[in-house]
Design a protein around this ligand. Sequence first.
Ligand code: DAH
Length: 345
Amino acid sequence: MLINMTDQDVQDIIDQIKTVRTVNELQELKSKYLGKQGALTVAMKKIREVSPDKRKDLGRKLNLYKQRIEEAVEDQRNALIEEERERREAAHRYDVTMPGARREVGALHIISQVQEEVQEIFLGMGFELAVGPEMETSYYNFEALNTPEWHPSRDMHDTFYLSNGKLLRTHTSTVQIRVMEKRKPPLAIFSPGRCYRKDTPDATHLPMFYQVEVLHVDKNVSVAHLKGTLEILAKRLFGQDREIRLRPSYFPFTEPSFEVFVSCGICHSTGCRSCGGTGWLEILGAGMVHPNVFRSVGYDPDEWSGFALGMGLERVIMLKYDLEDIRELMRNDRRFIKEFRGVVL
Ligand code: DAH
């Protein structure tokens, strides 16, 4: 197939070009026919050998073939490029009507929110923030708080004992001692933090939980000061329409001691299902600092007096938001956590 090339030959070449799948193969075919040593190039060179009267027609014919083959190569190249583009696009196809990947705004956990709320209340009343370690000695957790080894109230404060002889504190009352050891009265502090007890989790217990401790020591501090502080706390936390009630109780480190209740927000203390028919909800323990506690830190109990209180944050949250199971606070179900996004802060 050289100088006597026919229409059919050209058609075969074009058909061959159309079957090519890659640009490289196409390039090979192109040089096979149109390159320097290509069949058509060689044929065109041979025109000279043909008799002059046939040269013109032959030349025109071969030029036409060359053109058709060139066009076929270009068409195929464009087709391959287009195919490749489509393949890539399909691989990265996206639906512009889909909602975008939203970056959600984070929020503090409800425990942190309420902790800060309580913090604002006490800062506002002039109390200072104090912190103490979660890993404690038995002395700060018990003995200095008038709770000797034999004391039955220790039963309720079983905890995790560490191999270094320390324990995980069962309440934030430890911070009372740590602050008083370092400072002289008058003082007014609050101390939020984690506490631990050897409790099996159920609807109202967690082995790790949060408390806020409050301590005020000065001359002539009385139950009236405690009550006034509690009233502000309860109204700020739960609402201005809420009342408080004190009921005698027992803690080794206070005398007298109280259980503090807030009036039920649903029935306004007439009694309903939410408050178990009593009209009142227990929110914390409190009392006047026991003389023995003052003695253990070297304060003279005849000179100084003080009140203290300890409040469980989870308990406050349960009452504030009608939460039935305390474990929800630790389950990390985002649907639950998101319910509280920014409710306080
Ligand atoms: N520490 C007590 C507890 O965890 C709570 C408590 C009661 C703290 C009376 C106090 C207080 O400061 O005065 O059960």
